[in-house]
Ligand binder design. Sequence first.
Ligand SMILES: C[S@@+](CC[C@H](N)C(=O)[O-])C[C@H]1O[C@@H](n2cnc3c(N)ncnc32)[C@H](O)[C@@H]1O
Length: 224
Amino acid sequence: MTTLLSRADAEELRRSWDVRQGPFLPHRDEAFAVLADAALGRRALDLAGGTGAIASRLPNAEVTLLDVDPVLLVIARAALGDRVAVVAADLSAPGWGAGLEFDAVVAGTALHCFAPDRLRALYGEIHAVLAPGGVFANADRMPVDAERAPESNDGMPGWHEWWAKALAHPALAEAARDRVDGKSADFYPPASWHVEALRAAGFDNVEVRWRRDDTAVVVARRTR
Ligand SMILES: C[S@@+](CC[C@H](N)C(=O)[O-])C[C@H]1O[C@@H](n2cnc3c(N)ncnc32)[C@H](O)[C@@H]1O
C-alpha cells in the first residue's frame, strides 16, 4: 500500500528546505516578493518550483508549478494542495512547453542549473509559453563582480542532511527511486547577460527590476 505524505510532514520538509535555501540566495524573501509582484495575471507558472516557495506566494493566481524532481513534486503537491497544479517536466530539452500558455512565468534560484546555450534556448521557450503582454521574472545570484560567483550549493550547510531525511521518509520512497540526481551547470553570469539573452529571445521591456548585493530580479515582457 502506498503511504501518503501528510500535509504536516510536507510543510515541515518545505519549511526546512526554505531555511537551507536562505543562505544560498541572500535576501531570498525580498527577491521572491519582487517576483510575486511582477507575476501579475490570471495564470502563473513557477518554473523549476521545487517545494513551492514561490507558488505559495501567488495566492490570487491560477498557479502551475513545474519541476523535474519527483521527490520535490510529491512534497509540493502535499504542501500546496489543490490550489496549485503540480506538473513533472524536464527543462533541459525543448518540448516541455507544448500546449501551455501563461500570463506570468517566474523562476527563483533555478536557472543557474542550465548551461549558457541551454538557458538562451530556454528563454525562447519561455517567451513562447507567454501570452502577448505576459511577464517573465527571474530571481537568482547575478554577481556584480564575476570573481564573486557562488560555489555550488552542494557544500551548503544542512543540504545533504535535508536530502537524507526526505529520501528516508516512507511516503517518498517510491519517488526517491525515480530520482535522477542531475548536475547543475552552476552558471552565474551578471544580470547584463540575462538582459541580453532575453532581448535576443524576443522579450521587450527587459530590466533589472531589483538588486541587493549579488541577488537580482530581472523582469521581461512579451509584447508581441
Ligand atoms: C535550488 S532549487 C530552487 C527551487 C525553488 N524555486 C526554490 O527557490 O525553492 C532548483 C530547482 O530546479 C529544479 N531543476 C533543476 N533542473 C531541472 C530541469 N532540468 N527541469 C526542471 N526542473 C529542474 C530542481 O529540481 C530544483 O527544484
